[in-house]
Design a binder for this molecule. Structure first.
Ligand code: AMP
Length: 606
């Protein structure tokens, strides 16, 4: 699973040194404008562009900016490495020459991973398992959705996994270790210094041991005195293996720690103990504090107070809930076709949890009751972190459908009331989660038929769940679509042409609605085709026109919307494709490193 936005570029070589880059360029003929891209060894998420001109090599650092763009110092910002290279292929704009010919990787040259890449996947798994107690599919979903944020957290503690890291040992002990065994030049280890959060490098040269303090600047970056600055300790070490950077020698073999391979510490804010699984709310006390009250800055979905949204609800999921297990609050969360949705508490043997209860209105009972039972039947078959879970039905004074609570409410309302504080990055993350939930529905052969921002509920600003399965259908194993016998009171402005014209519904028509939902999200809860009547919308679409790009919407996100609005359903992407596009953009903009480094969740234990 590569989260590198350059991974698909045929001229990207990964974590190779400057020397190796020059060798590849030499082999490829040294033509003017010959270029390749490689990972920056200093900064997380950065690159280096290596270009040939007049038989000389030029290397340009590409930094990832705070606003999620990439740029060469003094140059224009671009939304990704691919876009940046394309730009410089048309206009040198300060480079020695324009990029003319990509130096392509040969079929037997793989992208070189860095030390962290090879550890990353296992570290992510260990982290998610330890911190949130997730396993199996739920763990996979959590990792896919949160990979960029988790990678940032993990990168800062990755050195604890390295063979050369000895933790807190005294200086004398480091000398004893280095003198024992072979005394080769460059043999080294890293240890914690007395002062918490600071490190020392001890290195052997000419049968003597030299000690260096590793500096950590205000920005949180590591360096040797006067040396190059690095985002993480392991990047500094990798660099010092290539260049001495002021040391008596460049680094050679690691003096191996006996504790090597141990599980690295988890960033302090998240770890609560060796088996740090925070029990799901039904096993613990449930706080009545809304999850949305938790400051969202460095919070991952799984960090919500008293709520583990990835929990496995199987121990509480009972289709029939007894009335005495349920406290129904007077507080109304909203209302829908069947009646109102109330706040409540579900009591189980091992605890209690906040729930949302859809209470059937009593008039017209038989008709709506059957509809609500159908909705319950659909929800009962679904289990995905990005879909509101049904916990059961309670048949008492009214029929009540009990669901997990998404207390921050519908996406459109949430965004329209927070236009100034919610960033585009947050919206991309939420819409990526919706695409993951929809991809799951597509795989299970369910069509939603009412996907809209009003039906995406938020647990908090980092965590979205699809809701309202009132119109949903399970398709037969051999069916690609559901055809409704008659039209109903449908949300036509969200509907694909084939649904409006032929009453045909499929995952592809859900993709169209997903495009409209994206539009609503990026326009911060705007109303699609606001001033148009439905007939006008129909001819607008038929004539090839589409909703305009919302003011703050990134180009790549508008491109996804436009693909979702492909007129013919057979040419429209499916959710597998949509999720891929969303994921790649989400990863490309979330990988940024906080230049202030120190005061974030990415802070190592101190
Ligand atoms: P619905 O009938 O499903 O459209 O729900 C009507 C309204 O009730 C929604 O717009 C939400 O404001 C609220 N609501 C529904 N389900 C939940 C839930 N699981 N958690 C929190 N609020 C909900």
């Amino acid at each position: 699973m590569s989260t590198d936005p350059a991974a698909n570029l045929p001229f990207f070589y990964g974590s190779i040194s400057r020397y190796d880059a020059e060798q590849y360029l030499k082999l490829a003929g040294m033509a003017d404008g010959l270029f390749l891209l490689r990972q920056c060894l200093r900064s997380l998420g950065g690159y280096v562009l290596s270009v040939v001109c007049d038989l000389e090599f030029h290397h340009y650092s590409i930094e990832k900016q705070l606003n999620d763009t990439y740029c060469i110092a003094g140059g224009k910002p671009h939304c990704g490495p691919a876009e940046l290279c394309e730009f410089y292929s048309k206009d040198p704009d300060g480079l020695v020459c324009a990029l003319k010919k990509p130096c392509l990787r040969s079929s037997d040259t793989a992208i070189k991973s860095c030390v962290f890449d090879s550890l990353k996947e296992n570290m992510l798994k260990e982290y998610v398992k330890q911190t949130w107690g997730l396993e199996g599919d739920t763990m996979k979903q959590a990792i896919i959705s949160q990979a960029p944020q988790l990678e940032k957290l993990i990168a800062t503690t990755a050195h604890e996994k390295m063979l050369w890291y000895h933790g807190k040992i005294p200086r004398q002990e480091s000398e004893r270790l280095l003198y024992s065994g072979t005394q080769t030049d460059g043999k080294f280890l890293i240890r914690d210094r007395e002062e918490p959060g600071t490190f020392a490098l001890s290195v052997m040269y000419g049968k003597s041991v030299y000690h260096y303090q590793i500096l950590q600047g205000k920005s949180g970056k590591y360096s040797m005195p006067e040396g190059t600055k690095f985002d993480t300790l392991w990047q500094l070490v990798e660099y010092l293996k290539i260049k001495p950077d002021g040391l008596v020698t460049s680094l050679g073999d690691a003096c191996v720690s006996r504790a090597a391979g141990k599980i690295p510490s988890l960033p302090a804010t998240r770890r609560t103990g060796p088996n740090s699984y925070t029990p799901p709310p039904h096993a613990a006390n449930v706080t009545s504090k809304a999850a949305s009250d938790v400051p969202a800055d460095n919070v991952l979905p799984m960090d919500c107070t008293g709520f583990n949204p990835y929990h496995d609800p199987s121990d509480i999921k009972k289709f029939n809930i007894r009335r005495d297990q349920l406290l129904v609050d007077e507080v109304e969360l909203g209302s829908g076709n069947f009646g109102c949705v109330k706040k409540g508490v579900l009591k189980a043997d091992n605890g209690q949890m906040d729930v949302a209860i859809k209470v059937l209105k009593n008039d017209n009972e038989n008709l709506v009751k059957a509809e609500m039972m159908r909705e319950a039947e659909i929800m009962h078959q679904l289990s995905n972190p990005f879909i509101v879970r049904m916990l059961g039905l309670c048949n008492a004074e009214s029929l009540m459908l009990v669901m997990e609570m998404a207390s921050a409410g519908p996406l459109n309302k949430f965004l329209s009331s927070r236009k100034d504080t919610v960033t585009v990055e947050i919206i991309v993350n939420l819409m990526h989660q919706v695409s993951m939930g929809m991809k799951y529905l597509e795989e299970k052969n369910f069509v939603h038929r009412d996907l809209a921002a009003r039906n995406v509920l938020l647990v908090n600003e980092k965590f979205a769940k699809i809701s309202d399965f009132g119109l949903s259908k399970a398709l037969g194993a051999d069916d690609n679509y559901y055809k409704s016998r008659s039209a109903g009171p449908w949300p036509l402005k969200w509907y694909a042409p084939e649904s409006i014209n032929y009453r045909k519904f499929s995952s592809k028509s859900d993709v169209w609605s997903y495009g409209v939902t994206m539009w609503e999200a990026f326009s911060y809860g705007g109303k699609p085709y606001k001033k148009m009547k439905q007939v006008e919308v129909n001819s607008f679409i038929k004539s090839g026109q589409r909703l305009a790009c919302p003011a703050k919407c990134p180009e790549r996100m508008y491109a996804v919307m436009q693909e979702c609005w492909t007129y013919k359903h057979e040419d429209r992407p499916d959710f597998k494709k949509v999720e891929e596009s969303m994921r790649s953009y989400h990863y490309s903009i979330s990988n940024k490193v906080n230049p202030e480094g120190s005061a974030t969740a990415a802070e190592p234990n101190k």
